[in-house]
Design a binder for this molecule. Structure first.
Ligand SMILES: [Cu+2]
Length: 216
C-alpha cells in the first residue's frame, strides 16, 4: 500500500513538472530603434518578473566569452547575469592588457598573450566599459543585467527571448550611447502564453563623441 502511494506521488510530481515546462513557452520579440527611427544594434532588453515566481526564472544563455581578436574585442556588447564569470581569451599574436575603471567592476588583466585566457566575476548590476592599456581603440561593454532574462539586438534592432513563463514583467532597455536612465524607458509588459509578444522601444542616443571618454 505504501509502495503504491509512493508511485502515486511520483506520478503527481511528474505531472506537475510537465505542467511547469509547458508554462515556459512564451516568447518576446523586441524591436529597438534610435531617436530617428533607425534599427539599433547592440541594445539589451531585460525582463524582470513582476511576481516572485517570475523573478527567479532564467532564459537560455550562450556562454559568456569576451574575445580579443584582430586588435578588437568581440562582441562589442556582452550582456550577462549578475554572478556570471566571463572568460577573456586572447586570439591575437600580440599581448593585451584588459582593464575597466567602471564603478560596477574595476579590474585589470595584466599583459597576456596568444591562446591564454583569464576570467573575471561580475557580481554587480550595471555597465562595465572595457579598454586595453596597449591598444587605445579597443573598446567593449559588459552589461550586467538585473535579471536572468535578457537578449541583445542584432543589426536589424531585433532581439528574441524564448521559453519564459507567461506573466507580467517590467521591461528595461540599455544601449552604450543611450541618453537618460534605463528607468525612464522601463515599462510593464504582459507576456502571453501563446504567440509572440512584441515589444518596441525607441531609445534616444547621445551624440557620438570621443570613444575614450566613457561615462561608465
Ligand atoms: Cu590590446
Amino acid at each position: 500500500m505504501q509502495f503504491l502511494a509512493q508511485i502515486g506521488l511520483v506520478a503527481v510530481i511528474a505531472f506537475f513538472t510537465s505542467m511547469a515546462s509547458d508554462a515556459f513557452s512564451a516568447s518576446v520579440q523586441g524591436k529597438i530603434t534610435d531617436g530617428d527611427g533607425n534599427a539599433l544594434e547592440h541594445a539589451v532588453i531585460t525582463l524582470v518578473g513582476d511576481s516572485p515566481e517570475l523573478a527567479s526564472v532564467s532564459a537560455t544563455m550562450p556562454s559568456p566569452v569576451m574575445t580579443q581578436q584582430n586588435i578588437q574585442y568581440n562582441p562589442f556588447v556582452l550582456p550577462v547575469a549578475m554572478g556570471t564569470t566571463v572568460t577573456f581569451p586572447n586570439k591575437d599574436k600580440v599581448r593585451h592588457h584588459v582593464y575597466s575603471f567602471s564603478k560596477v567592476k574595476r579590474f585589470e588583466l595584466e599583459l597576456y598573450g596568444e591562446d591564454e585566457e583569464k576570467s573575471v566575476l561580475f557580481d554587480q548590476q550595471g555597465t562595465v566599459a572595457l579598454g586595453c592599456n596597449i591598444h587605445d581603440n579597443m573598446l567593449a561593454y559588459i552589461y550586467v543585467a538585473r535579471s536572468k532574462i535578457f537578449a541583445k539586438t542584432d543589426e536589424n534592432g531585433s532581439a528574441t527571448i524564448q521559453d519564459i513563463p507567461a506573466g507580467t514583467y517590467t521591461a528595461y532597455v540599455w544601449h552604450p550611447r543611450m541618453r537618460g536612465d534605463e528607468e525612464d524607458l522601463a515599462r510593464h509588459v504582459v507576456v502571453t502564453a501563446e504567440g509572440i509578444t512584441e515589444l518596441g522601444f525607441e531609445v534616444p542616443l547621445k551624440r557620438e563623441r570621443n570613444r575614450r571618454r566613457s561615462t561608465y
